[in-house]
Design a binder for this molecule. Structure first.
Ligand code: AHM
Ligand code: MG
Length: 327
């Protein structure tokens, strides 16, 4: 007989996560179950398509972006442990309970362009300790290095609904059981292989890349006869959670470099609620996560919606890429 699978609550308890943090994680995870139901019902629930609005970053908001944002916001604001929250879909910091011990940032639905095509999308979240020395609604609550995260995770709404999470130990994967509606442990230690033959980048941007990065990707494309003596394959989901889930499971390198498309915005992905949480998951699975200069988790954040270049995944391949950028 198969061993019964552990659920999230018992695993967090067994690994010494405080009951306050555990309850907070559970309230985020419960909210994602509600989002999973909306994603699942899709057009039947009338949740597909766009709203008339744009978010602070000038992106059209999809109906599901707004719904997912509201679901998580409501869950967090009713949790007394939450001192403040920040979201991709909110202009500024939203104050919670002044006595809360944690602040939470999230991208309610990453990979929004996949919503209407039944593609992979996900919720990314990160938890930091609240700063006692600054006001609840201050951006400074979130100007902490990624190394300060006490928990990072994502929920991937794909063929199965998966939760990938770390609280400082291994990066683990849980699968949502449709019968019990519990996340059950299905991989207790994700480990990213050190080497890979798979890369993930939006090739349509190559004319905007910096020459050293362009050269690195050209070498990947040269195959067995080229400098790398190796045939690489490419995958691009247009959803960081989808692409990074593949990397966490079977290795790979995922890149969203800086480019010259828009002088005011040289990078695309956001540090606080995209790059930092995924970087923590990657490092705790034995991979590497850098921007073009340094470890992502050591970047000193300057602004809430700050963007950052991202090169992450299989450690040896990240090193090869960085070596090109440093020459
Ligand atoms: P989003 O948070 O608005 O969905 O944007 C982030 C997404 C990432 O998930 C993905 O890696 C990237 O944008 C895809 O961008 P592109 O338009 O270059 O395919
Ligand atoms: Mg996003």
């Amino acid at each position: 007989m198969q061993n019964p699978k552990k659920n999230l609550a018992s695993l967090l308890r067994d690994h010494g996560v405080s009951s306050e943090l555990q309850l907070l994680i559970e309230s985020i995870v419960d909210a994602t179950k509600e989002i999973a139901r909306a994603v699942n019902q899709g057009a039947l629930a009338g949740v597909l398509g766009s709203t008339q609005d744009e978010n602070i970053q000038g992106e059209t908001q999809k109906k599901l972006d707004v719904i997912a944002n509201q679901i998580i916001k409501d869950a967090l604001l009713s949790n007394e442990q939450v001192r403040a929250l920040a979201s991709e879909e909110e202009d500024g910091v939203i104050a919670g309970n002044n006595h809360g011990n944690y602040v939470v940032a999230f991208d309610p639905l990453d990979g929004s362009s996949n919503i209407d095509v039944n593609g992979q999308i996900g919720t990314i979240f990160t938890i930091y300790p609240a700063r006692k020395d600054v006001a609840s609604n201050s951006e400074l609550q979130f100007q902490q290095q990624g190394t300060q995260q006490v928990c990072a995770g994502y929920v991937l709404y794909g063929a199965s609904t998966l939760l990938v999470i770390t609280t400082g130990g291994p990066t683990r994967c849980f699968t949502l059981d449709s019968i019990s509606q519990q996340f059950l442990l299905t991989n207790s230690t994700l480990e990213i292989p050190q080497d890979t033959q798979e890369f993930s980048v939006n090739m349509a941007n190559q004319r905007f890349w910096q020459p050293p990065f362009k050269r690195y990707v050209e070498e990947l494309l040269e195959g067995e006869a080229g400098t790398r003596n190796k045939r690489f394959n490419m995958r691009w989901n247009a959803s960081m959670v989808g692409d990074m889930h593949r990397v966490l499971v079977r290795g790979g390198i995922f890149m969203y470099p800086s480019d010259t498309r828009d002088a005011k915005q040289p990078a695309k992905l956001r540090l606080l609620y995209e790059a930092n949480p995924i970087a923590m998951l990657v490092e705790h699975a034995g991979g590497k996560a850098f921007n073009e200069q340094q470890r992502i988790l050591e970047i000193e954040p300057q602004a809430l919606h700050q963007r950052v270049a991202v090169i992450m995944g299989s450690a040896n391949e990240v090193d090869v890429c960085l070596k090109h950028l440093r020459h």
